[in-house]
Every structure is written in structure tokens, then in C-alpha cells.
Write a protein that binds this ligand. Structure first.
Ligand code: PRX
Length: 682
């Protein structure tokens, strides 16, 4: 669609050097005029319609000052509209009322599939890297269109209509992706639930979204292990009266029991027509809901709309990763997370790119898995999580160097802060000091990447281990405790965003009040991300982590309250508090403190075993705390609020800096906790 320029703004980075500890790319670039001209005229032809744009910086400033003109131009040229829009943004950030392109109509699956199936029918849309290496399956755009249409017809035959919610509980596969797109084709709202969540967590998400249908597979396979997905769905739907039908696709072909509600999905779609007319959707109709953790025990169903989300996923994919014709884009996230939605499915496909679906794990069958895949499939972009990078780093360079990675141009990192060691290793060992490393900061709520070193002028060096620069149209602001914006550099504060952008979430399913309270009330008029950030002396952004009771375990977002709710259900437990503490591989891990009811006759070992099992069953394995401390009392204020700040310090053994504990109802509990932590260590 957009041809590669001779001096595309990524491909000209030929080498790097370090000056005063900072990466500098200035030595390896072509003359300035040529560089910017080629970038603007080939990669962003829309810029010709904006006045006085000669550099990336000009374009960024324009996108902030004339946001509607910027997004309006891109929406016209990058998306296919059934009915053109005449209005761009209509947003009130105080009230959480967000509308983009409201009077326009389009269909997301048409944009992601049909327009490419019409132009380049045989081009590969999906490459499925199955759990067993070398078991690769490919799907062309023409084939994907037929799959999407058959599934869409099947959903309609089962009574699914525009606006109905469909829960998808499937491993990463072409069928799962086609199912998401089929929902989009007929205007159903999809609710993908990560196929590692337990029956109870799945049931909670089905109930909360009032899903009429659940789509799953017989089993899943990951890292050589079989996962009983259908059995989990059977357990979940027992408590979900809204579910009328369960569609079951084959992954392993295992003989799973089928009940009255269950339908063989593969058989049903074979008999369907391979054409289904896409429904023209209003820009602001809902595309999907996706549950994510907040600071209470109840996950939030974040809602994204059609046009704004699609535009933002399309444009960020294209520019952050420098997608060019012929690229093979490899984002190894699961479709159960927002990264899978935006950068496995919607962003790459809307750009007409070939996208890889990765079913396995970073270490199966060995720690060379990712790089073996890069060599075989010739990936041009690789987008993964720091937790996997850290894990692979520990296994040594030989697993990487064994494979040819010369096809790679861009390496992305997402989901949690990437530490310096991992960043340097990613750049020098994986990327052979040749690839561009982009640390990308964003959230389920933002729909797409918000802060990222690219796009930017090629002469703009990339600082290690930070996302650095806001994307087009994004203006971050740091706020202090008095809710005042902090000006200048070398400062830190609550990370907010000043102006609306098309990809922002529209509401929390069934709870618009919580939406306003969480994101728009804390700093009126601004979007509050929940994260803290530094603005460095050079004006670059570095995320410092969550400011609320949310932690990031191996890149999985987890509310500590969710874990506490499960622990508190144990008959012997009186009270619990869970905090995050730094972990070498996982980034952060949960750490549980708990008190017991009186006269409990249970050994610490049995209690821990039972709690672990409960958390696995009610949430998922990643939520199991690494450490449990049973204690006599928790540090509380006189009004009864648990001082998690103190528990975090105890968890990391920073006990010399506990701060003022005199305001606690019973300061003596702190001493006991410190002693228990010490015993645990020895
Ligand atoms: O704390 C930030 C962290 O992940 C949170 C968002 O999690 P989730 O909605 O699950 O989306 C993850 C994938 C986009 C953020 O509030 N986070 C995400 N990316 C980064 C990050 N923290 C630091 N650096 C990042 N690059």
C-alpha cells in the first residue's frame, strides 16, 4: 500500500555509538533534507495537506495544535468509509463523553479483510506458528475473508444480532482471529477472555457482559501441555444463564462431552455461505469489551468503539513499527490481552500486513523458540514483553545467535517497564545493534501505543529503557498532589493525558460512573492513567509504575484486591493484604500478608497450599503470590485503612525507611512483620 522509501526513517539507522552514557545515532544518517522529505512524502503523504511540515517535530506539533485536522485527514485516507464523517471529535473529558467521527459509518472487518482481499487476494494475512515448531499454517486474505464470512453467517444463524455480546475463550489461532472479525462484521461486541483464566474468572466476565454465546475449542496446547478449555467453559456456563449457545472448535480433536447448548463450530461453518454482507456500523457503536484489572476486586469491562479504535490501531502500528509492504509482523502477545487485539489483529490487518499468531511459549521446546521462528518466518518486526526478554537473557546468548535474525528491523517491548540490562541485551544481542528498539507505553484503556521513541526523526537518538516521546496527537502532563500540572524537566508526577485521542476507551461496561471516577475525576479535565512518570532533564518520559493497587506480573495486569478477595474466602483467614514486590524475571510478583481467625488448626504449609489452589482456580496461576506471611496483625491507621506503603517496604526489606509509623493504631505489628520477613529470608 505504501512503498518503502529509499531512506525510510527507520532503515537509515545504520549504527550507534554511546556518548556520555547515551545512545547516539547521529553518525549514521543521510543529509537532513533528503531524510525528512522521503519520510513525509512516502510514509505520511497526508502531511502534504498540512502547512509547513518539514520535520517529525513539525508534524507532532501540528497534530497537537490541529488535532481534528490531523486525525480527520488520516481517518479519510487510511480507512474505508461506507458513509463519510463530517465531524471529527466531540469530547468532554470532565464527563467522560468521547465521540470521534460520530456521523460516519464503516465496517471494521471490511477494513481489515475485504479491502486487501480485493487488492491482494493471495497475500498472506495470517501465519499461525503453532505450539510445535515447524507446524505452521498460513491464511491468505482471500481465505480469511471466506472464513470470516462463514463464521459471521454461523453466528447470525445462531441468533446473534448487532449489539449482542459474544465471549471468545480460545487459544491464538486463525479461527479465533476470524471469529473476532466475524463479530465485527455483523456488529456483535466481542469479549475475548484470556484462555488461561479459570472457570470462575471466565464466568464473572461472561455474566458481567451478559454474553449470549461462548466460543471455545476442545482443548488448548501451550508449551507442550494440554489445557482443558471446553471443561473450563462447561464449569463456567453453569452459572451463566445468559448463555444460549456454546460453539466448540477442534484444536486437538479430543473427545469432549457435548451438551444440549454445545454446537460443533467447525461443522457449522463448513456448511455456511462464504459471503456475508458487512453491516455498516456507526463510528461510535461498540466493537469490543475487554476485561482488565483495576484497584477493586472486580475487573473492568473496558469498551472500545469502531472507527476511533481502528484508526488509532492502524496508525500506531504503521508508524511505531515502520510497517512497509512485504513485512511480516510478529507480535507474540495472546489475543486475550489488548496487545493481541491491537497489534496481532486489528492494527496489522487494517494495514494489509501479514501478521503472525504465536501459540507457544518463549522456552518451548527450548529458549531459542522465538529466534528459530524469526529465522523460519523471516519476521521484520518482533513485539514482546520484558518478562520474556529477561527470562531469555538468563539462558544466554547462544540460543539467540544460533539463528539468523537479519530480517528483523524493529524490536518492541510492552506491558511493563523494561530494565536497562534487558533493553541493552535486546538491542545488542537480539537486534545485533542494527534494529531499532521501541519501548512502548500504553494500556487497555488507551487502545494503542501512547508513548514510544518512534516515530521521530532518524537523528533523534533513542534513550535506553524508556518510552520517551508521545505519539502524534498525544500530549502527556505530569500532575502533583495538589492536582497542578508540573512544568519543566527533571520532574515526576501522575501521568495524565491532556487531549482526547481516537483510540481512547469509551466506557466501562455497565458502570460509566466508575469510568468517570477512575479516569476523569482524579485530575479534572484530563485522562489519568494510574501510572506515575518522570520527565527527564531532556524532556523524555519514563514510566515509574502504577500509583494504585494494581501490579504487573509477567506483563499481566492484576489488582491486588482480586487476590485479597480470594484469600479472604478461606475459612481460616481473617484478613489479608497483597502488595507487589520486584521480581527478577516477572518484573513484579504478588506478596501476601494475612492474619488468621482465632483458634485455627491448620499448618502454615497446608494453608499456603490451599490458598495457592484457590487462587489458581478463581483467577489464574500468574496471580499466585510468591510469598505468604501469616502474622498477628496488619499495619492499620486508626480509621482502619491498611497501610500498604509499609507492607511494600517490608516486602523489599527496606525496613530502615518505614517512615512515620506512629499514626498506626498498633505500631507494634510492624516489628513483628519485620521479624517474620527476616526469618523467611534465612
Ligand atoms: O503500568 C503500565 C504498564 O501496564 C499497564 C497497562 O496494562 P494493560 O492494560 O494490561 O496493558 C498492557 C499492554 C499495553 C500500564 O498502566 N505498562 C505498559 N507498558 C509499559 C508499562 N509500564 C512501563 N513501560 C511500558 N512500556
Amino acid at each position: 500500500m505504501w512503498s518503502r522509501s529509499k531512506h525510510s526513517f527507520f532503515s537509515v539507522i545504520l549504527g550507534r555509538c554511546r556518548i556520555n552514557g547515551k545512545w547516539n545515532t547521529k553518525l549514521a544518517i543521510p543529509p537532513i533534507g533528503k531524510r525528512h522529505k522521503s519520510f513525509l512524502s512516502t510514509d505520511m503523504p497526508e502531511a502534504a495537506n498540512f502547512p509547513n511540515i518539514n520535520t517529525y517535530e513539525d508534524l507532532y506539533k501540528f497534530s497537537i495544535a490541529h488535532s481534528d485536522m490531523f486525525w480527520g485527514e488520516l481517518a479519510k485516507s487510511r480507512l474505508h468509509w461506507d458513509q463519510p464523517f463530517t465531524r471529527v471529535s466531540e469530547c468532554n473529558m470532565h464527563e467522560g463523553k468521547i465521540k470521534w467521527f460520530a456521523d460516519g459509518k464503516l465496517n471494521v472487518s471490511y477494513n481489515c479483510v475485504d479491502r486487501h482481499a480485493n487488492e491482494t487476494p493471495d497475500k498472506l494475512a495470517l501465519i499461525w506458528e503453532k505450539d510445535q515448531p515447524n507446524e505452521v499454517e498460513s491464511v491468505s486474505y482471500k481465505e480469511l475473508l471466506s472464513m470470516v464470512c462463514r463464521i459471521a453467517n454461523c453466528l447470525m444463524a445462531q441468533g446473534i444480532k448487532k449489539g449482542d455480546c459474544v465471549t471468545i475463550y480460545m487459544p491464538v489461532s486463525p479461527t479465533a482471529v476470524a471469529t473476532m472479525l466475524a463479530c465485527a462484521r455483523i456488529g456483535a461486541v466481542h469479549n475475548v477472555v484470556f484462555a488461561g483464566f479459570s472457570a470462575e474468572a471466565l464466568a464473572q466476565r461472561i455474566q458481567s457482559s451478559s454474553s449470549k454465546m461462548v466460543i471455545t475449542t476442545d482443548q488448548g496446547v501451550r508449551g507442550g501441555k494440554v489445557i482443558e478449555l471446553k471443561r473450563t467453559v462447561d464449569d463456567a456456563v453453569k452459572t451463566c444463564p445468559s448463555v444460549q449457545t456454546v460453539l466448540v472448535s477442534k484444536r486437538t480433536g479430543a473427545n469432549v462431552p457435548m451438551s444440549e447448548k454445545d454446537i460443533d463450530f467447525d461443522e457449522a461453518i463448513v456448511n455456511e455461505n462464504s459471503w456475508c454482507e458487512p453491516v455498516s456500523m456507526d463510528s461510535e457503536d461498540w466493537l469490543f469489551t475487554l476485561y482488565t484489572s483495576g484497584s477493586t476486586g472486580k475487573p473492568k469491562g473496558i469498551v472500545h468503539s469502531q472507527a476511533g479504535y481502528l484508526l488509532y490501531a492502524t496508525v500506531t502500528s504503521k508508524f511505531v513499527f515502520d510497517i512497509q509492504e512485504g513485512d511480516i509482523f510478529g507480535c507474540v502477545a495472546d489475543i486475550g490481552w489488548i496487545t493481541g487485539h491491537s497489534y496481532v489483529v486489528y492494527g496489522p490487518l487494517s494495514n494489509g500486513t501479514t501478521t503472525v499468531l504465536f501459540e507457544s511459549t518463549p522456552t518451548y521446546p527450548d529458549p531459542g523458540r522465538y529466534w528459530d521462528m524469526v529465522q523460519r518466518i523471516k519476521l521484520t518486526q518482533f513485539y514482546g514483553a520484558p518478562t520474556a526478554i529477561r527470562l531469555l537473557l538468563k539462558h544466554g546468548d547462544s540460543w539467540v545467535k544460533k539463528y539468523d535474525r537479519s530480517s528483523l528491523r524493529v524490536l518492541g517491548s510492552v506491558g511493563e517497564p523494561i530494565n536497562h540490562e534487558a533493553w541493552e541485551w535486546y538491542l545488542s544481542v537480539v537486534g545485533e545493534n542494527r534494529c531499532t528498539v521501541v519501548d512502548t507505553w500504553w494500556q487497555t484503556e488507551t487502545g494503542g501505543i501512547m508513548i514510544t521513541p518512534r516515530p521521530s526523526g532518524v537523528d533523534d537518538a533513542i534513550e535506553p529503557a524508556m518510552p520517551m516521546r508521545p505519539f502524534y496527537g498525544i500530549q502527556p502532563a505530569l500532575l502533583d498532589e495538589s492536582k497542578t500540572e508540573i512544568q519543566g524537566n527533571s520532574v515526576s508526577g501522575a501521568c495524565c493525558i491532556k487531549y482526547p485521542w481516537p483510540g481512547m476507551a469509551r466506557t466501562i461496561l455497565g458502570d460509566h460512573n466508575r469510568f468517570i471516577e477512575t479516569y476523569y475525576k482524579p485530575y479534572p479535565g484530563l485522562y489519568f492513567s494510574g501510572d506515575g512518570a518522570n520527565r527527564t532533564a531532556d524532556g523524555n518520559y519514563q514510566i515509574t509504575g502504577r500509583m494504585d493497587d494494581v501490579i504487573n506480573v509477567s506483563g499481566h495486569r492484576l489488582g491486588t484486591a482480586e487476590v485479597e478477595d480470594v484469600i479472604d474466602e478461606h475459612h481460616a483467614v481473617a484478613e489479608s493484604a497483597v502488595v507487589g514486590y520486584p521480581h527478577d524475571i516477572k518484573g513484579e510478583a504478588p506478596f501476601a500478608f494475612l492474619t488468621l481467625k482465632e483458634n485455627q488448626n491448620i499448618s502454615a504449609e497446608d494453608l499456603e497450599k490451599e490458598l495457592k489452589q484457590m487462587i489458581k482456580e478463581k483467577i489464574s496461576s500468574f496471580a499466585i503470590p510468591d510469598i505468604f506471611i501469616v502474622t498477628d496483625g496488619l499495619p492499620k491507621t486508626r480509621s482502619g485503612k491498611i497501610m500498604r506503603r509499609i507492607l511494600r517496604k517490608i516486602a523489599v526489606e527496606d525496613t530502615d525507611n518505614l517512615g512515620d509509623v506512629s499514626t498506626l493504631a498498633d505500631p507494634s505489628v510492624v516489628k513483628k512483620l519485620v521479624a517474620s520477613r527476616k526469618i523467611l529470608k534465612t
